[in-house]
Design a protein around this ligand. Structure first.
Ligand SMILES: [Zn+2]
Ligand SMILES: [Zn+2]
Length: 345
C-alpha cells in the first residue's frame, strides 16, 4: 500500500510531495498510526526554508512533521500502552532510557535524544510509524485539530507552569504561536496581570484576545519603563521568555522583580550583556531553561488544560488546510499572520 508524504528530498529549500510505501513493517515496540491532523511547527519552517540549523542537522530523504493526532491501526507484538482504535498524539523526543539523565527521570534532558520529523520520519503523511513509548492516548471527544497542537502546547505549559503564576504578575515575551498559548495558559491559571511583549500587530491583537491585560510593543515604547509603570515600579514576578531575542531578554533582566523567576524557552544566537551582580545575584532571581516537555508531566498538565474547556483553542488554531495545500499553509505560517496551522491529510 502507498501513501502521500511530504518529504525533504534534497539539501535545499522546500518540501516534496511523494508517494511512498506505508511503513507497515513494525518492530515489536512500534505502532502504525493513521494521521488525522498534523500541525506546523517553527522547526518545520526552518527545515522548509533550509536554514543553517537544518543544513547541519537534517539528512534527506526525510518525511517531515512531528505534531499530530492520529488513530492506532496496527501495533507491534510487545505494545501494551495503546490499542487499536485509540486516538493518540506523540511526544517527539525519542529518549534512550539508559543515560544518566534518563535514569534520574529527567528524560527531557536525555543526551541521546532523537526527534521525530527531524532525525526520524515524521507525520506530514497519511500514516506514520512511531515507538509506542512516545504515544499518549487522547480524550477521543476532543477535536483532532486541537489534539495535534499538544506538543507545542506542552512547551508553553512547561514554560508557564514551572514557577507558580496564580495571582502573580507575568510577562510573556514574544507572542508567536507558542507564546500566545502561554498568554492563554496564564489567563486560565489565574495570573493577576499578564503583560505580553510583541512587535507584530497581528500577534498583539491575538495576545489581547487570549487574555493579556497589557501589550507592549518594544518598537514603539520603552519596555522596561512601561513594565515598571504597570507593576508599581517593582517589576514582574515571573518572566516567560519565548522570543529568543537578545534585546528582549536583556530588558527582561531589568524588569523582573527582586526574587523573581525567569522561565526561558526562546532560542537565540550569541551572548547576552547583563549586569550579573545587580540583575541576578543581588536580585535573588531564579532562571530556568525549558527543554521540550517534561515527560510526561507536561502532557498531563496539557491534557488537564484542554479538558478544562477554558482554553480559547479556536483563537489558537487559526487555520486548517488540506495537507495537499502544503505550500499555501507554509506561506501563511511564514507570513506571521497566523496562530497554529493544522493540516488534514
Ligand atoms: Zn513542534
Ligand atoms: Zn537518555
Amino acid at each position: 500500500m502507498e501513501m502521500v508524504a511530504y518529504i525533504k528530498a534534497t539539501r535545499g529549500p522546500g518540501f516534496t510531495r511523494v508517494m511512498k510505501p506505508v511503513p507497515e513493517d513494525l518492530k515489536d515496540n512500534e505502532v502504525l498510526i493513521k494521521v488525522l491532523a498534523a500541525s506546523i511547527c517553527g522547526t518545520d519552517v526552518h527545515i522548509y526554508e533550509w536554514n543553517q540549523w537544518s543544513q547541519n542537522r537534517i539528512k534527506p530523504p526525510l518525511t517531515v512533521g512531528h505534531e499530530l493526532a492520529g488513530k492506532v491501526i496496527k501495533v507491534g507484538k510487545d505494545v501494551k500502552n495503546v490499542k487499536l482504535g485509540d486516538i493518540v498524539s506523540a511526544e517527539t523526543h525519542i529518549v534512550c532510557g539508559t543515560c544518566e539523565w534518563c535514569q534520574r527521570g529527567e528524560y527531557h534532558l536525555c543526551e541521546n535524544t532523537q526527534i521525530i520529523g527531524v532525525d526520524t520520519d515524521g507525520c506530514f503523511a497519511e500514516y506514520v510509524r512511531l515507538p509506542s513509548q512516545n504515544l499518549i492516548v487522547n480524550n477521543p471527544k476532543t477535536d483532532p485539530k486541537y489534539l495535534s497542537i499538544q506538543e507545542p502546547m506542552g512547551n508553553a505549559v512547561h514554560t508557564m507552569m514551572h514557577f507558580p503564576i496564580k495571582d502573580k504578575t507575568v510577562a510573556v515575551v514574544g507572542c508567536g504561536p507558542i507564546g500566545l498559548i502561554g498568554v492563554n495558559i496564564a489567563k486560565v491559571l489565574g495570573a493577576k496581570k499578564i503583560i505580553a511583549i510583541e512587535v507584530n500587530d497581528y500577534r498583539i491583537e491575538k495576545a489581547k484576545a487570549l487574555g493579556a491585560h497589557v501589550v507592549i510593543n518594544p518598537m514603539k515604547e520603552d519596555v522596561i519603563e512601561r513594565v515598571l509603570q504597570e507593576t508599581n515600579r517593582k517589576g514582574v514576578d515571573v518572566v516567560a521568555e519565548f522570543s529568543g531575542k537578545k534585546s528582549a531578554i536583556e530588558a527582561a533582566f531589568k524588569y523582573v522583580k527582586k526574587g523573581g523567576k525567569m522561565s526561558m524557552l526562546g532560542i537565540g544566537n550569541g551572548n547576552l550583556e547583563i549586569n550579573f551582580s545587580d540583575d541576578i545575584v543581588f536580585k535573588g532571581i531564579s532562571i530556568y531553561g525549558v527543554v521540550g516537555r517534561e515527560m510526561f508531566r507536561s502532557w498531563e498538565q496539557t491534557r488537564m488544560l484542554l479538558d478544562s474547556g477554558k482554553m480559547n483553542l479556536d483563537q489558537i488554531v487559526t487555520h486548517v488546510y488540506p495537507m495537499d495545500q502544503m505550500e499555501e499553509a507554509m506561506a501563511m505560517m511564514i507570513s506571521g499572520r497566523s496562530g497554529k496551522i493544522v493540516l488534514i491529510p
